[in-house]
Design a protein around this ligand. Structure first.
Ligand code: FRU
Length: 463
């Protein structure tokens, strides 16, 4: 199977090299900007990460901006990587905040010693031209209880001030979020910490704040979760915690959160480091990395020259009981082409692996099989994603979520990426897969009607 057919049509992928976390998500003067962690020289060992950049006028058709770094790790304060960060649109442009990571040469544990975590600001008039790099914070500026792991700033304005949250690991090896306050977004002071009452992992990466309808959520990526019953043995997880009613991250003081209220953003194999932003229409949109640190499965089989992709933009809304719902941004429907109907026990073959499959009323248990290799199944109690062909799953096995009633199901198939959404976006599963046949076969078992659209290519002509 030529690698070209694994290149996605509407999930962002690097031209070559390695991609991880989405960074700097924003909309400026109508244009959407998605930056991301990028190592163009991957698989060269120790290729440091900087930021790559995509832009779009409609969230569907994307162009890669330049063919290298948008932010290169080219100063001594980011010698081991220009790490993750965010964007804050301001009058006359945008501010980009990110972490410079420096690992000193020597015999260090790189937790308590040998590492520097520096917060850096770049101002840009338009998201394309980058101003100078200003160091805002160094390790000596963080509270004394922190190790050297302090990174991934998320910044916003509210309550007449600027606020920043940073992911951190403390000297007891507990994950937490630092809160900082500023009058101008440049000079910062410590303003407390948000932690769970019980230990919840050794480090929290990529913190984010979601504010919807007067409530707030703290999104975190806790590391060290492999022994939790729900973690499928995987160390790093991505989810969110509701703040107590009336609380906000944009206020000085410590916050204690209830770890038992933690919910996963996504139940699939490949989802980490999501970031949200509010676009110019006021929608909260989320993009996740469809990859995992240290995953025990393969994401670049057969010596592919690029690794990992991002999820489609997902619109986030508040659901019942503290849940956040995620639905693919409605703009994606613009890529829908030929429409097919697939009834009970039907089968469909499409020329390409790009499809939007929709079921909006469920008559009973169902199973959708993609290429006879990946099964998406609801049996009345659970929604499951199961690889039945390991050559296609490349080490991915099965993922399930309790689901006593299935109301709707949507499956986006895009070359080597699949995203599944169910029940108004209460459940999401993101997974990579590496189909071996040039055409996509969809088989349906059950009594329901699936509508399938062939999907166009939003990346065509980009490279
Ligand atoms: C999460 C992460 C971040 C860091 C970045 C480096 O995947 O480890 O904490 O900023 O990736 O690429």
């Amino acid at each position: 199977m030529p690698h070209g057919t694994w290149r996605n049509g509407f999930h962002l992928i690097p031209p070559t090299g390695w991609l991880n976390d989405p960074n700097g998500l924003c909309q400026l003067g109508g244009t959407y900007h998605v930056f991301h962690q990028y190592s163009p020289d991957w698989p060269a060992p120790s290729a440091p990460r900087g930021w790559g950049h995509f832009a779009s006028d409609d969230l569907v058709h994307w162009r890669a901006v330049g063919d290298g770094f948008a932010i290169a790790p080219d100063t001594p304060d980011e010698a081991s990587g220009a790490y993750s960060g965010c964007a804050v649109p301001v009058e006359g442009g945008v501010r980009l905040y990110y972490t410079g990571n420096v690992e000193e040469a020597g015999d260090f544990d790189y937790v308590r010693d040998g590492r520097r975590s520096v917060q850096i600001l770049i101002e840009s008039p338009d998201g394309y031209q980058m101003g100078e790099k200003n160091v805002l914070l160094r390790n000596a500026d963080y509270p004394a209880f922190c190790t050297r792991h302090v990174r991934d700033p998320k910044v916003w304005r509210g309550n007449g001030a600027w606020w920043m949250i940073l992911g951190a690991r403390d000297l007891d090896d507990r994950g937490l979020v630092l809160k900082l306050r500023s009058d101008d977004g440049v000079a910062w002071e410590n303003a407390g910490a948000a932690r769970t009452a019980e230990p919840f992992g050794f480090m929290w990466e990529c913190p984010d704040r979601v504010a919807l309808g007067g409530s707030e959520w703290l999104s975190i990526c806790p590391q060290g979760m492999q022994d939790r019953a729900w973690a499928n043995g995987i160390r790093d997880q991505a989810g969110y915690l509701p703040l107590p009613a009336g609380e906000t991250l944009g206020r000085a003081g410590d916050l204690t959160l209830d770890a038992s209220a933690f919910r996963l953003w996504d139940r699939g194999f490949d989802f980490y480091a999501p970031q949200t932003f509010v676009d110019e229409s006021g929608r909260t949109l989320l993009v996740g990395w469809m990859g995992m640190p240290e995953a025990p499965w393969e994401s670049a089989p057969d010596r592919m020259t690029w690794c990992h992709c991002l999820t489609v933009p997902r619109e986030v809304t508040a659901g019942a009981g503290g849940a956040l719902l995620q639905r693919p941004a409605r703009e994606l429907e613009a890529l829908r082409g030929t429409r097919h109907e697939l009834a009970a026990d039907g089968s469909l073959e499409l020329g390409e692996h790009r499809a939007d499959v929709l079921l909006d009323s469920v008559e009973g248990p169902i199973e959708l099989s993609l290429d006879g290799a990946l099964s998406i199944c609801w049996d009345g109690a659970e929604l499951a994603l199961r690889f039945v062909d390991d050559a296609v799953g490349c080490g991915r096995t099965a993922r399930t979520a309790p689901c006593s009633g299935l109301r709707d199901l949507r499956v986006l198939v895009d070359s080597s990426a699949v995203e599944v959404f169910a029940n108004d976006g209460e459940l999401a599963f993101a997974t990579r897969w590496f189909p071996r046949s040039p055409s996509l076969t969809i088989d349906e078992k059950g009594q329901s009607l699936f509508i399938t659209w062939e999907m166009g290519d939003g990346m065509a002509g980009t490279y």
